[in-house]
Design a protein around this ligand. Structure first.
Ligand SMILES: [Zn+2]
Length: 255
């Protein structure tokens, strides 16, 4: 068992024979589903909890990622509901995250608080290059319409952004905006795991259209895409190549 899917907003489970497991970590307990799919156990973790109870700035990211590590997970695919601030990417589109800009402010951001010395995680490839490539190949195979690769801007939330913050993100060449991928992708790297994420675009960012975002628009985009995205993840997991080229297992620099 070395593969996991983290479901973001709107993605709370997978089809299949599931057993629930509690994993205890030094950061807290985490409930996951272990789902039997074509002879293999895949771990499913609902980022915000199964009832969507934890708001983005209070998700226990360290417990979530440490729980996956303790289960022996090496490969993680995640979904993230995002707003688009790039006119090329419309609500309903799917993008693969290729890089990020971090505007979070006060959430725990690392496992390394100094006890182990000073440790820096290399971010030249924040999202695993192998997993991104495999995902794009599987999407082509399955005719999943991936609109492109996107730069993710992470805000602290839980409020949405102002129109002028969005103008700033556009100037910085951000494409999509969300509240959860930091620190998740960073913690995966600190644990030597391969991690990639798909952004499901649910709405235009503030100021990009005249009508305010409605809940039904957001839910519609998620309902349309969640199954095809998880099926594409499972397609990759079922056909994982033996050879890896990424540097995720070796991304820590000790000073
Ligand atoms: Zn990797």
């Amino acid at each position: 068992m070395n593969k996991a899917i983290i479901g973001g907003t709107g993605v709370y489970g997978m089809d299949g024979e599931a057993t629930t497991r509690m994993v205890s970590t030094r950061y807290g307990d985490v409930e996951v589903d272990v789902v039997r799919i074509t002879g293999e156990d895949i771990v499913f973790l609902a980022r915000h909890g199964k009832e969507h109870s934890a708001p983005p700035h209070l998700v226990n990211y360290r417990a979530n990622m440490m729980a996956l590590k303790e289960l022996g997970i090496q490969y993680v695919y995640a979904t993230a509901a995002v707003g688009s601030c790039n006119e090329q990417f419309e609500p309903g589109d799917i993008v693969v995250l290729k890089n990020f800009i971090d505007f979070t402010r006060q959430r725990p951001i690392t496992f390394y608080e100094g006890k182990e010395g000073v440790i820096h995680a290399d971010m030249s490839d924040p999202y695993c290059s192998d997993m991104r490539r495999w995902l794009l190949d599987a999407a082509r195979r399955r005719a999943l319409p991936v609109r492109g690769e996107a730069v993710y801007v992470c805000t602290e939330g839980p409020r949405f952004e102002t129109a002028f913050e969005i103008k700033m993100f556009q100037t910085l060449r951000g494409d999509v905006v969300g509240m959860t991928n930091i620190p998740e992708v960073v913690l995966a790297k600190e644990l030597g795991m391969c991690y990639a994420a798909v952004g499901i675009i649910t709405n235009w960012c503030t100021g990009m259209e005249t009508e305010p975002v409605t809940l039904s628009e957001i839910q519609g985009a998620l309902a349309l895409n969640k199954e095809r995205v998880t099926e594409t993840f499972l397609d990759v997991f079922g056909n994982l190549p033996d050879e890896t080229r990424c540097s995720c297992r070796d991304a820590l620099i000790r000073l």
